[in-house]
Design a protein around this ligand. Structure first.
Ligand SMILES: [Zn+2]
Length: 260
C-alpha cells in the first residue's frame, strides 16, 4: 500500500457548497490514522470505500468545530459498522470529558460500542505511536488571541492548537493544522520533510510562501483554503509558483490522494 494523504475536506471554517471541513486520512507504513474530523468526514470515508473498522487512531489538532464536529458521527458510524478493534482518540485535554458527555446526549453510550475508545490528551509532549509510525504534536499560536480574550472568563477551556510531525517508513511529513503565523512551523521544518500540508486561511499567502522559500521541503500541499484564497485561487497559484518550485506545489481537492 503506498504512503498517501487523502484530503477529505479542504475548506476553512466557512461552510461551502463545494468543499468540506478539515479532515485528512493518513496511510503510512501500512497504518491508517485520521487527522482532524471536520464534517462530513464519515460520509466522505464511506464514499471512498475506506474501512472504518481498520482506522487505528484519530488525532484532533484543536477543537474549533470545523476540526472536531464530525467525531460523534464517526464514532456512530464505527459502532454501526460493528467495529471491535480499540480506537485511540487524541485531542486537547479540556475537551475529553465534555465530548464524552456530548456523546451521551447523542445517545451514543460507550458501553454499547463493541470497541473501546481510548481517550488520550494531546499535548506538546505527546508522541503518538502506531506501530512504526510516530506522530508528535507541536503547539502553535493559532488560539493565542482567543486565549487572551476568554481564558479568564472560561478557566476550564483550554486554548491549545497543534501542528503534527509525522514520521514512519523512512518518511517525514508535517501537517500544519491551523497556525497563528507561518513561523509557527519553524521547529518542524529544521530537517528535510517529504511533504508539508499547510493551511492557507490565517495569514496572507505571500507571508507563507516567503517563509517556505528555501526550506527543505520536497512537496507542499495547500489546504484549509480561506474564502479569500478560494476567490483568488489563480493569484494564489501564481504567488506559490513564483516563490516555490511549481512542480512541488499542489492544491488538492476533496477526495484527492497524494502519494509521498
Ligand atoms: Zn482553527
Amino acid at each position: 500500500m503506498p504512503d498517501t494523504i487523502t484530503f477529505l475536506g479542504t475548506a476553512d471554517g466557512v461552510p461551502s457548497p463545494a468543499r468540506f471541513h478539515a479532515s485528512l486520512l493518513l496511510r503510512l507504513a501500512g497504518r491508517t490514522v485520521l487527522l482532524d474530523c471536520g464534517e462530513p468526514c464519515s460520509h466522505t470515508l464511506k464514499r471512498l470505500g475506506a474501512d472504518l473498522t481498520g482506522l487505528e487512531a484519530v488525532i484532533v489538532t484543536h477543537t474549533h468545530s470545523d476540526h472536531v464536529a464530525g467525531l460523534p458521527m464517526l464514532l456512530q458510524a464505527m459502532w454501526l459498522a460493528r467495529r471491535t478493534r480499540p480506537l485511540a482518540v487524541h485531542l486537547p485535554r479540556h475537551a475529553i470529558e465534555p465530548l464524552r458527555t456530548w456523546l451521551r446526549c447523542c445517545y451514543l453510550f460507550e458501553e454499547q460500542f463493541k470497541f473501546r475508545v481510548h481517550w488520550r490528551a494531546l499535548t506538546d509532549k505527546t508522541a503518538v505511536r502506531i506501530g512504526p509510525v510516530r506522530i508528535r504534536a507541536r503547539r502553535t499560536t493559532h488560539l493565542d488571541a482567543t486565549r487572551r480574550r476568554f481564558a479568564r472568563k472560561y478557566p476550564r477551556v483550554g486554548f491549545d492548537s497543534f501542528s503534527l510531525l509525522i514520521e514512519g517508513g523512512g518518511k517525514r511529513a508535517v501537517y500544519s493544522a491551523d497556525l497563528g503565523r507561518p513561523r509557527d512551523l519553524a521547529p518542524l521544518l529544521d530537517k528535510p520533510v517529504d511533504l508539508l500540508i499547510v493551511e492557507l486561511s490565517h495569514f496572507h499567502p505571500r507571508d507563507l510562501f516567503d517563509f517556505l522559500r528555501e526550506r527543505p521541503i520536497r512537496r507542499v500541499a495547500l489546504t484549509h483554503l480561506g474564502h479569500q484564497a478560494r476567490a483568488q485561487l489563480g493569484l494564489v497559484r501564481r504567488l506559490a509558483a513564483r516563490a516555490l518550485k511549481p512542480s512541488r506545489v499542489s492544491f488538492p481537492r476533496e477526495r484527492a490522494a497524494l502519494e509521498f
